[in-house]
Design a protein around this ligand. Structure first.
Ligand SMILES: [Fe+2]
Length: 451
């Protein structure tokens, strides 16, 4: 005789279930997390008195009336007004914001850089930021900047937030810890992190020296691209994005908060750590993503799709289909297209394309585009495979072929990118990059059938 299942016999998973310790899975979820039991109010946001004597405070990442609004409720030891005092302007000469058009610098062209080398200088997240390009206008909240970071020293009793931008961090070397108001994110190469506008954090070196790329997004937040006919699976899956669980410190030491605001930097002195959020809930939070979980989709019979097929995250510009920024990943994948020129085709593009190499070899440029290096193909400037890549792609036998040991990315923006003086004169610019197409010969002689 069958009895109904006894609910008391159900076996429950441990908490948290099925996810990485320290993180909660999902993209843009309405998360909730508390570092002390009962610190998070239930069923309401603003109780008359919060548990543990905490202060309730909302961090708004969108207008209140945006649909959907993005905001997070924090329950913290002190309200943020206690982490902000009078401001003194400081100079971080290598961190530039748009508009930054240097009359002595030519941005028209195709550019490629070797990795920016480390120096003997001790550099933090703030002093080690080296802006390469800027686009748009930070004051009108459109466009972006690209940076290389060189970090050898941890921030100590020193904190930062950018009111200007959301930061997309792409490590290439070393490991960093982002100790934020909303929890801890540890980051290493093959992962990326997003640090939202307004979030306070310090950056510690777990393994140095650390080098990588930053895309500073002045505009609307990054979101997952619409998959269209691809459907609900593949590309970047929402479950692989990880937001940190709540973490706080109750440390009363003289501290400094540096603020980036309308392209300028100011500091304020406070008497304690601002990382004092004991519990939070909401959908405005930092997160990380493991690029190895990106499932590429491509052509399985012939031809080469547009690179937008590899978009990981997109930041809209207000003009549908035309991104302020697309973050696009070129990773290991199989090439199977028949009778096809398989590398990226030659083209000109209204969008401006900045690329970085995380590791390995990129298929359109077997030489010269090395891990840690960057390239820029600016608005409407032609580019494509070099001579070696063209010859190989035109003459090789086309069986199934795995592109292995390769991970590069592209930051594509609708706005032209302007080189900084650092990118044009101090960074290791390859003067001979334009010559990679010089040896391409005319093959046409009017003979039909010739290939
Ligand atoms: Fe391109």
């Amino acid at each position: 005789m069958n009895h109904p299942t006894d609910p008391h016999k159900m076996i429950q998973a441990s908490t948290p279930a099925g996810t990485n310790p320290g993180y909660m899975p999902g993209f843009g979820n309405d998360f909730e997390t508390e570092a002390l039991p009962g610190a998070l109010p239930q069923g309401m946001n603003s109780p008359q008195r919060c548990n543990y004597g905490l202060y309730g405070e909302q961090l708004s990442g969108t207008a209140f009336t945006a649909n959907p609004p993005e905001r997070t409720w924090c329950y913290r030891i002190r309200p943020s007004v206690k982490h902000s005092h009078r401001y003194d302007k400081i100079n971080l000469p290598y961190w530039k914001s748009a508009p930054c058009v240097d009359p002595d610098v030519t941005s028209l062209g195709q550019y490629r850089w070797d990795p920016v080398a480390h120096t003997q200088d001790g550099l933090t997240w703030l002093t080690g930021m080296r802006t390469m390009t800027t686009a748009g206008d930070v004051n009108t909240q459109v466009g972006m900047a690209s940076h290389i970071y060189l970090v050898t020293e941890s921030m100590v009793d020193d904190y930062f937030f950018s009111a200007d931008s959301e930061l997309l961090v792409v490590p290439q070397e070393g490991r960093l810890r982002f100790a934020t108001e909303l929890g801890i994110i540890d980051l290493e190469p093959k992962e990326i992190a997003i640090l939202p506008r307004g979030l306070v954090y310090r950056v510690e070196v777990l393994e140095g020296p650390a080098r990588g790329f930053v895309c500073e997004n002045y505009g609307q937040k990054f979101e997952l691209p619409g998959r269209g006919p691809i459907g609900a699976n593949c590309m970047a899956n929402p479950r692989d994005f990880k937001a940190p669980i709540a973490a706080y410190e109750d440390r009363e030491v003289p501290s400094t908060v540096t603020v980036k605001w309308c392209g300028q930097f100011h500091t304020t002195k406070i008497g304690q750590s601002p990382l004092d959020v004991v519990a939070w809930h909401g959908n405005y939070a930092p997160y990380k993503y493991d690029l190895r979980t990106y499932c590429p989709v491509g052509a399985i019979l012939f031809d080469h799709p547009d690179p937008s097929i590899f978009t990981v995250l997109t930041a809209p510009s207000g003009q549908p289909g035309t991104a302020n920024i697309d973050f696009v990943l070129f990773r290991e994948r199989w090439m199977v297209a028949e009778d096809t020129f398989r590398p990226p085709w030659y083209h000109k593009n209204i969008m401006s394309e900045l690329m970085g190499n995380i590791y390995g070899q990129y298929d359109a440029k077997p030489q010269g585009f090395v891990p840690g290096g960057m390239s820029l193909h600016n608005m409407m400037l032609p580019h494509g495979p070099d001579q070696d890549a063209f010859d190989n792609a035109s003459n090789s036998n086309l069986g199934p072929d795995k592109l292995d040991n390769t991970m590069s990315f592209m930051i594509e923006t609708r706005f032209p990118q302007h080189l900084t003086s650092f990118a044009a004169t101090e960074a290791p610019l390859q003067d001979d990059y334009i010559d990679c197409w010089t040896s391409l010969e005319k093959k046409f002689d009017g003979t039909p059938g010739k290939k």
